[in-house]
Each structure stands twice: as structure tokens, then as C-alpha cells.
Ligand binder design. Structure first.
Ligand code: AP5
Length: 215
């Protein structure tokens, strides 16, 4: 199964993708994570992406589509993919169709997480991850069971993203409204869009996703 999780910054795409990976053995393909890894490694892609990401703008379509193609090639043919943060423009949506078709895959679901943008700034500015395994946490909504220790790997170092500040978040949201939300009709025409209330409790959002995947 190949699915897209669509929604503005902080909608819960990464949180829910991690849960689906754990439950179904699917692979999370997050272009944001791929780009951050490229920035950290200092690759040519990373050097080009760094300043763009720090401004909250979108990296070029060609770069992210190439990253997705490479990741799919590195996966088992029967492992399901969860696209998290990709596609973000109509050009990327059209590229994804070609990328999937060339690998004998097709999209099964596009799931839009509907959210109240005003609440997202709190979600994003309170977010942090385990520096060792990447598990996500939040100052208010999801704290480690033992304070200062990762539930998943026992790591004790945590980090925050440089673009998770209120000013950059506003640019990221504007980019979403202008360039990403308009791709929904492209998928609605294919009859594969479902909408989920992303403001519900995390477990309720997961349950809603599971019932979509079961159909
Ligand atoms: P990216 O890394 O994709 O960031 P984003 O889309 O801005 O999304 P986020 O990761 O911020 O949010 P999320 O929806 O995953 O929320 P999360 O689950 O963490 O992109 C970063 C940058 O890379 C872009 O700005 C761009 O520059 C570049 N880029 C990436 N992809 C690109 C592409 N395809 N094309 C061009 N450029 C690209 O949740 C947030 C917090 O809320 C967490 O702490 C979580 O615990 C909490 N939370 C989640 N769900 C709930 C809930 N139901 N209730 C309460 N709290 C919740």
C-alpha cells in the first residue's frame, strides 16, 4: 500500500507516519527528514537546501523528487510507502505518479489531516525529538514516560529543529496554503482522498487512519 499524508506544518504527519511504520512495517518517506540528513552531511543537496529550509520556503521540485525516487529504489518492492511532506506542489504530484508507475506502484490513499492553524504554532514550537533514534515528543502533548529518557531507545539527548520558530512557521504555513493545498483537487479527481480530523487526540487520529487503510 502507498499512501500520502497531507497537511500543514504540525498537522501530525510525522507522528502518525511513525505509528503506521510500527504497526504495519511500512516505510516513512519524509522529504523533510531526507533534506535535514543532507544538510547535516554537507552534501551538495544539503548545501543548496539549507538556507531555503531556514527561511521556511520550498526546496526545488527536482531535488525532492530525485530523493523520493532513490528511496523507493532502495526499498523492497512489496514494502508499503507513507509519503510524509511530499508531494508539496502540483509538479511534485505529477512526478510522483510517474515515479510510482515506473516502479509498478500506485497510490492507494491520500489522507488530509484537517487542522486549526492557530493551534499549530503551539504544536510546532513545543516539539522535540530524540537525538539518537528520532522519536518525536512534545513539551505538553507527548512527554517521555521517564523525564529526560527516550521511551524507545533510552537515549538522553534531545534536539529541536532550527525552522521550528514562530516566524518561520508562518512562512511554512503560507507556502502550504499557496502551493500544497491546491494539489488536493488533482487527487480528488482520482477518487482517493479521505479527510481526518487532525485536531483530535493522537490515538483517535491513528484509529481514523487505520479504518481508512482497512477499506
Ligand atoms: P517537513 O520536515 O516536511 O516539515 P512540515 O511539513 O513543516 O511538517 P512538520 O514536520 O513540521 O509537521 P508534521 O505534520 O510532521 O507534525 P508532527 O507530527 O511533527 O519540511 C521542512 C522543510 O523542508 C520545508 O519547510 C521545506 O523547506 C523542506 N521540504 C520538505 N519537503 C519538501 C518538498 N516535498 N518540497 C519542497 N521542500 C520540502 O507534529 C507536530 C507536534 O504536534 C509534535 O510535537 C506532536 O507530538 C504534536 N502532535 C501531533 N499530533 C497531535 C495531536 N493529534 N494532538 C496533539 N499534539 C499532536
Amino acid at each position: 500500500m502507498n499512501i500520502i499524508l497531507l497537511g500543514p506544518p504540525g498537522a501530525g504527519k510525522g507522528t502518525q507516519a511513525q505509528r503506521l511504520v510500527e504497526r504495519h512495517g511500512m516505510r516513512q518517506l519524509s522529504t523533510g527528514d531526507m533534506l535535514r540528513a543532507a544538510v547535516k552531511a554537507g552534501t551538495p543537496t544539503g548545501l543548496e537546501a539549507k538556507a531555503v529550509m531556514e527561511r521556511g520556503e520550498l526546496v526545488s521540485d527536482a531535488i525532492v523528487s530525485a530523493l523520493i525516487g532513490d528511496e523507493l529504489d532502495a526499498m523492497g518492492a512489496d514494502t508499503g510507502a507513507i509519503f510524509d511532506g511530499y508531494p508539496r506542489t502540483e509538479a511534485q504530484a505529477r512526478s510522483l505518479d510517474e515515479i510510482l508507475a515506473a516502479r509498478g506502484r500506485k497510490l492507494d490513499h491520500v489522507i488530509e489531516l484537517g487542522v486549526d492553524e492557530d493551534a499549530l504554532v503551539e504544536r510546532i514550537t513545543g516539539r522535540y525529538t530524540c537525538a539518537t533514534c528520532g522519536k518525536g515528543y512534545h513539551d505538553t502533548f507527548e512527554q517521555p514516560k521517564v523525564p529526560g529518557t527516550c521511551d524507545k531507545c533510552g537515549g538522553t539527548e534531545f534536539k529541536r529543529r532550527p525552522d521550528d520558530n514562530a516566524e518561520t512557521v508562518r512562512t511554512r504555513m503560507a507556502e502550504y496554503r499557496a502551493k500544497t493545498a491546491p494539489i488536493l483537487p488533482f487527487y480528488e479527481a482520482q477518487g482517493i482522498v479521505s479527510k481526518v480530523d487532525g485536531m483530535a487526540e493522537m490515538d483517535a487520529v491513528t484509529d481514523a487512519l487505520e479504518s481508512i487503510l482497512a477499506n
